[in-house]
Design a protein around this ligand. Structure first.
Ligand code: ADP
Length: 479
């Protein structure tokens, strides 16, 4: 959870969503393991007088202590579940006793709710780590605070499911009958996420398209059947972006602020971007890329179109780090075309902002993309995205079509087939419009820049999801 501790997009969501929900008038509390990284972060966090024992099978019933904080700048409570043997470590996720660690956390969340009293309407859990919360709520006796609580499970990345050998079952404290193919057992192992999918009142993922994709064998990571079975309870809600940080009108990282009413600042940023990468200040499209250099992001497709792209009158700038092979690839590209290719093989928020602000186009040929932030940043900065037709990219980008009915709303270029041919065709179309269709280009920029990418919009959809969770028939599995 930003700002306390972050390993990926989930951290941004938990940092932003509670605040956006509170702004809509809802009462929210957040629970988080008290990781070592938080203990050393200098936050104002105080021990509370809440302590309880949590059943953990072979580990007995360790005592956890709750610490009390507030999301900085707000009065939204964050309760930290303290258990030093489990969370005071050099790392977040990479441990062999993760089953025990997150069973402890999941049980502690429910016991915390009971200690706080009142009545909880919704318990919203994220990814496999807390996917047992819906299971426990529906299979064990609950006190007043959680008896009527409904659960929502959000899947941020289906690739991580929390799979453990059968030996870990004894830590769960769950009845043995739940170790079954339509509950928590999956291909001879325990699968926490599957349990959450089976028991949550509502399930969501981070884009509408990804919610459909994960019901297919291509994207379902072996859980497509389970997800398809629960499709009536499955929704997709796109993550918002942090509009305090990613807004060209107030962005403090970029040399010139701009808006869709006046794009002259963007042109100046383009020149600074060209200078930064030691490229000549020429009047040609500057194509950008920012991202992790990994298989998921379709870097091989980019490599496949590179020489053809270099035959066009363009410049290309990229920022990213990841697999060594891809680093070499971009270094070689720079050596071969020093006046056309700028390469930064590092992690830098500042350069990321400069590319989004200064480039004309932005490439995202991802194989799959549960949500994706960069296409949203690009749209907000008038940088036309060229994206593969998948996940959150599909949800955000409306393809340009010269005569098509969508001409008035399009904001980028979408290619359908995951192939170098289709990708290059998308790039070519963009280059053509950039040179010969100034009005159309401006309209696309305006469409992207004037759209609402804020968390408020996403939070409103989560509220609807919570309302649905409260309405759907309750599946009680206590015996
Ligand atoms: P993913 O979460 O799969 O990496 P997203 O597009 O959802 O992809 O989010 C990636 C985030 O990380 C964006 O904010 C992007 O700007 C940032 N990012 C990725 N690589 C870099 C880098 N090398 N330098 C700076 N920011 C980066």
């Amino acid at each position: 959870m930003v700002p306390y501790v972050k390993t990926g997009g989930l951290g941004d969501v938990i940092g932003a969503l509670p605040k956006a929900l509170a702004q809509l008038g809802h009462e929210v509390v957040v629970a988080l393991p008290y990781y070592r990284q938080i203990q050393y972060g200098g936050w104002t966090i105080h021990p509370s007088n809440i302590f309880f024992d949590v059943y953990l099978g072979p580990e007995g019933s360790p005592t956890v202590g709750i610490l009390d904080g507030r999301i900085p700048g707000t009065d939204i409570p964050v309760y930290f579940v303290g258990s030093d043997p489990h969370f005071h470590r050099d790392g977040i996720y990479e441990f062999s006793d993760n089953a025990a660690r997150y069973i402890l956390f999941s049980r502690a969340v429910i016991q915390l709710a009971q200690s706080l009293g009142g009545k909880f309407d919704i318990i919203h859990v994220n990814d496999w780590h807390t996917a047992l919360v819906p299971v426990i709520l529906k299979t064990e006796p609950q006190s007043e605070a959680t008896r009527d609580a409904r659960s929502v499970l959000t899947i941020h990345n289906l690739a991580y499911q929390g799979m453990f050998g059968e030996g870990a079952w004894q830590y769960t404290g769950l009845p043995r009958r739940l170790y079954a193919w339509d509950r928590l057992e999956h291909q001879g192992a325990i699968n926490f996420l599957k349990g959450g999918i089976a028991y949550a009142d509502m399930i969501s993922t981070v884009s509408e398209r990804y919610a459909l994709e994960i019901q297919t064998s291509e994207f379902g990571a072996q859980l497509e059947g389970t997800l398809a079975y629960r499709k009536e309870r499955l929704a997709g809600i796109l993550n918002g972006i942090d509009t305090d940080e990613w807004n060209p009108e107030i962005d403090t990282f970029i040399p010139q602020k701009f808006s869709f009413l006046d794009l002259t600042g963007k042109q100046k940023n383009k020149e600074v971007l060209q200078d930064f990468f030691h490229l000549p200040r020429r009047n040609c499209p500057v194509i950008g890329f920012v991202g992790r250099l990994v298989h998921q992001k379709g870097i091989d497709l980019l490599a496949g179109v590179f020489s053809r792209m270099m035959e066009e009158d363009v410049q290309f700038v990229m920022l990213g780090s990841g697999e060594y092979y891809y680093h070499r690839l971009f270094q070689d590209a720079h050596r071969a075309h020093p006046a056309k290719v700028g390469v930064a093989l590092t992690f830098s928020n500042e350069i990321a902002h400069l590319i989004e602000a200064g480039a004309d186009m932005f490439l995202m040929p991802s194989r799959y993309e549960p949500c994706g932030l960069n296409q949203q940043y690009s749209l907000a900065y008038g940088t036309i995205p060229i994206v593969h037709d998948t996940g959150g990219l599909y949800d955000c980008v409306i393809d340009y079509s010269r005569e098509g009915a969508e001409r008035g709303t399009s904001n980028g270029f979408v290619f359908h087939e995951f192939s170098t041919g289709a990708f290059f065709h998308g790039i070519q179309r963009a280059i053509e419009v950039w040179w010969n269709g100034q009005e159309a280009w401006k309209l696309m920029q305006k469409n992207g820049m004037s759209a609402d990418w804020s968390w408020k919009r996403s939070a409103e959809k989560y509220v609807k999801l919570y309302e649905r969770a409260l309405e759907v028939p309750y599946f009680d599995d206590r015996q």
